[in-house]
Design a protein around this ligand. Sequence first.
Ligand code: NAD
Length: 316
Amino acid sequence: MKPFIVVPDGFDKSLFEELKKSNELEVHPNLKVSQDELKTLLPKVNGLIIRSATTVNAELLALAPNLKIVIRAGEGTDNIDKNLCASKGVKVANTPGANNNSAAEQAIALMMSCLRNTPFADKTMHEGKWEKNALTGLELWKKKVGVIGFGRIGQIVTKRISGFEPEVLFFDPIIEKSEFTFAKKAKDLAEIFSTCDIITIHTPLMPQTKGMITGELLALMKKEAIIINCARGGIVDEDALYSILKEKKIRAAGFDVFAIEPLPADSKLLELNNLIMSPHVGASTEEAQFRVGEMAVHQIKEFFISNNLLNEVKGK
Ligand code: NAD
């Protein structure tokens, strides 16, 4: 019998059609299936390609005795109980790196929006106003940019903004040197917060980084500085961010990610007109979604046809 694959949360249609053409796999004909329909399919399922809408927990695994692999088309696997999967012999994999450029570009978009207050300009234009006097911005050219977390996305941001001739100061516990002559390692976070014009965060959320950006660090920022978080909610102390923005002690912040998502409708962050927000869309581009799907299709074929497990994710 051919391995039976279901793609409940959907991805690029053309890739799905290509997957269905495989003679060695049986693919459920619908791209996207409801969670109720998924339950009826699970007893037969051997491979799942999911995004964030499907949660792989005890309930799902109990209904899927023949499941061999779950591929998260994307990076974050927090919707998969990986220990339980391991105990049941179900492999877990993701598609790392496919959305890094998109996340980097969203960080840069938020940077530019904060410097020129583009959302305010657009909102007031739509209200029929001409707020030219309230819209004196700042340039990105030749600014000092602090990059916290100098991994893949932090370095893509650095490369993409290189045309603005910045001086970059990065902070990362593992990376000592940079390939960019204009980027130097900071001695600590305090150096970044007290000297940079633009600060952008690109670390994972983990015990060491949870709440890492404290009120004390934010208080070191220059009055015209901006801070961007396109990494994960919870890295920045949101109460402290609220206070510093409310009191206008810094120019602005641009956040794509929040400690609680979706951001609750009664969040006090919504009061702030110097906080530019987006609803965790760093990876949400057509190109990133295509690359993620392309990798997932390749990986499921490799696993079932060539017995090759790519990008395995272990742990909790
Ligand atoms: P990466 O692993 O390549 O880089 C992360 C870097 O952070 C590493 O170099 C690591 O050494 C560093 N780091 C770890 N602890 C640190 C600390 N305490 N202080 C400073 N640096 C520290 O990861 P990446 O692919 O660059 O992704 C970075 C983050 O971006 C991840 O959290 C990822 O989830 C997030 N992300 C967000 C979106 C979005 O939609 N907004 C999309 C993709 C990725």
